[in-house]
Design a binder for this molecule. Sequence first.
Ligand SMILES: NC(=O)c1ccc[n+]([C@@H]2O[C@H](COP(=O)([O-])OP(=O)(O)OC[C@H]3O[C@@H](n4cnc5c(N)ncnc54)[C@H](OP(=O)(O)O)[C@@H]3O)[C@@H](O)[C@H]2O)c1
Length: 276
Amino acid sequence: MIDILRQGARLPALGLGTWVMRGSDAVRAVRQALDIGYRHIDTAQMYKNEAEVGRAIAESGLDRSSIWLTTKIDNANHAFEKVKSSTEESLRRLRTDHVDLLLIHWPVFEDASLAETLDAMAELRYAGKVRHLGVSNFSTALVAEAVDDLGHEILCNQIEYHPYLSQNAVKAVCAKRGVIVTAYCPIVRGRVANDPVLNAIGIDHGKTAAQVTLRWLVQQDGVAAIPKAASKANARANFYIFDFELSADEMARIDGLAHGQRLVDLDGWHPGWDAA
Ligand SMILES: NC(=O)c1ccc[n+]([C@@H]2O[C@H](COP(=O)([O-])OP(=O)(O)OC[C@H]3O[C@@H](n4cnc5c(N)ncnc54)[C@H](OP(=O)(O)O)[C@@H]3O)[C@@H](O)[C@H]2O)c1
């Protein structure tokens, strides 16, 4: 495992995404991942599976301190008091007294300003209920506003990032401010499996296209990835990416696959994307 060290945090570069996992399937998939060795789990209030994630962690018998747990605030909970009360509810569902990372899931500010939401998150951090603050789906302008104008320490910006979407502008703004980029949809929801370039590189390393893609992500400085895998075979395969290395030439060939393909583009929620 590669750990990313920033702002006093030690973030395992590979985590398990849990979107669309529900009920007993979610408990089973998270338990399975923890048994394989994953120590970074990504959930959200919006996913309606925090209770299942909490149950899986409790049943694993692992020490809470050995697991990095991220959750995200729902768009409806951005007002000051709602940030605090909804996070308390998340903690109850997750059966923990703190999360390692609390993210603003989407930059939708109808009932509250960015400043108000971040101030409430900072109070939670001060109270020890949240270890680090982060954002998701933030553009270059919004990252700059949160860090430079509002003065908050932002550990991470979770964005769609994979070989078909370069995210060069957002990555540069984040890198300059010590903000980790966490890649969601890192394997393009499984579609990288058909990519000839990724498959060709994989053959040279005895790896699949998905493993090559995840390796390309975590081999970049300050980049984490959270592939979702409900099946045991996929969860295991995605975890075994730390026993090989891509050359500079291979990294560049994968960089060259970007063509601005975005999978998640929700009307009214996105911030006005940067060119990517
Ligand atoms: N912040 C946000 O707004 C946001 C938005 C979207 C997603 N996310 C987070 O990012 C996580 C990952 O994104 P995602 O779930 O949309 O897409 P993804 O991780 O790119 O793809 C998941 C899909 O790929 C399949 N898969 C997993 N490993 C594979 C492998 N080695 N080979 C072939 N197929 C494989 C999975 O199948 P099985 O499950 O059947 O194994 C699943 O169908 C989410 O679960 C969520 O936690 C965040």
